[in-house]
Unconditional design. Sequence first.
Length: 658
Amino acid sequence: MTSAAHEAPLWQPGPDRIAAAAVTRFQSWAAEHHGAPAEGGYASLHRWSVDELDTFWKAVAEWFDVRFSTPYETVIGDRAMPGAAWFPGATLNYAEHALRTSEDLLRADAPALLHVDETHTQVPVSWSSLRRQVGSLAAELRALGVTPGDRVSGYLPNIPQAVVAFLATAAVGGVWTSCAPDFGARSVLDRFQQVEPVVLFTVDGYRYGGKEHHRADTVAELRRELPTLRAVVHIPLLGTDAPEGALDWSALTAADTEPVFEQVPFGHPLWVLYSSGTTGLPKAIVQSQGGILLEHFKQIGLHCDLGPEDRFFWYTSTGWMMWNFLVSGLLTGTTLVLYDGSPGYPDVSAQWRVAEQTGATLFGTSAAYVMACRKAGIHPGRDFDLSRVQCVATTGSPLPPDGFRWLHDEVADDLWIASVSGGTDVCSCFAGAVPTLPVHIGELQAACLGTDLQSWDPAGEPLTGEVGELVVTQPMPSMPIRFWNDPDGGRYRESYFETYPGTWRHGDWITITDRGSVVIHGRSDSTLNRQGVRMGSADIYEAVERLPEIRESLVIGLEEPDGGYWMPLFVHLAEGAALDDDLRDSIKRTIRENLSPRHVPDEVIEVPGIPHTLTGKRIEVPVKRLLQGTALAKAVNPGSIDNLELLHFYEELARKRS
């Protein structure tokens, strides 16, 4: 699949936009000070960033004026993967950098945060107020005995208090970890029990879809089941009194205290994120203060091109790495838009309404939301003033070609569309947004700076224009420093480094085109491999879900004991649709004509719904395991699924087939 050189891009940045982009200025500066190539644009800068990895990251630290309270000995000590040692000897503090804008007297009263809920009222939090609250809470955490390395947890929605609690934790050198309050007690405990938090921040409930959801019982269960807790802090989102023994949020954040930032080693843990945990306990992924600081400066300041004039809105919850990524917008002095509510309430236009009201300049959402808007036939560009939106970014799954076209046609024809791909594992992107490059339909613009992204065949040979495994062949600063409770590092190595020792294998199929753009085809561990022709599930979904009768689909490729291969397609139908012979023929014809005759499903089966992880990803591998006869209890971690009832259908189907 080589890209057609003559194919016109969907979008091309103009010369003024290219000249104004931070990455252009960075390249000129790095050419002058660090020997980066002055000519050749982004492609030559990227090549230099991976060929001269040490110099590149040194340049990033200088360009963003990273404050090392003790100097580093070298940029990379041990280069091994896993186990690379970044900036040994250096100490710093992430929260100090996140609050740096508050030191600028001209910006102290400008909003650092804009909070919006389902009533669409906006509540600003100024930089000076954010700094004061973090200072007050950090002092209280120290008074509670929280010391560097202690875990502090949040059972919180996407509200300003979550940002304050995280920054105060980072300020004292604590390790933050959070779950969204729509997670049930079991899901939260599967995560928090692993890391043994000493403080828990909780709400009494949250509002979603126009309803109040009370959480007092869940909070009581968390308190019972987390014996390491020394303190629980109550945030009365629904106005209830603090339960017995809990501390009140307002009392802890009322003092006018200048924050004290604990200077910690570069590799000191900043937070614990969790994998979706569909097939066992979620992996507790630990990332470092310095590694995240540098990676996010690069990603937000250079790739997203965000600065003090911008407003950064990404629809997310605190249970997804995109919340952590969003909060890092503070590093570049950017105002964050925190939306706490349903993505589709009171109607599917909800997120566009927030973008309009807050003057968002970068609006991030999921590919699924874009496709739902397309299917609903809405016209955001016509119905909302989106003139400030420079970029719409999507992640969660690959944005189908029709999604690119719809954004271009229905939002703005001069819209930078950034489909990005990375993972919780690095809390960043491997490939995605570049403000100075054209956008081609169905493609991510390029590999990110400092990311030695390649596509490999099974023998570890690099491929261009062909589908291969997504690998990263050199360390990135935000790669996990370890997994929690993985003393010998076995689970960490097994997760990324077993297939190609010493090289990170992520578990996605990708194509790197001859122009350096990237196409993501879906997870390689649930890849459809028929007669040697591999195809990602995302390609099937994109084709099938164009049909108005199909709400959502799930495809599984099953290697059978007799050497056969069974490939069913499960479809959740739109209201009023029926799976008759005509629709079956239509589905098969769509796949045959748009994709490949080899990937026409053996059966099309109607299902009551498609199961997802709590962060909205379709669960392919656990369904595959169920269909192979694995017991439900072993095939899937029930606390990680949005609707466990749906899995009984697949379990019953496996029983009938056997």
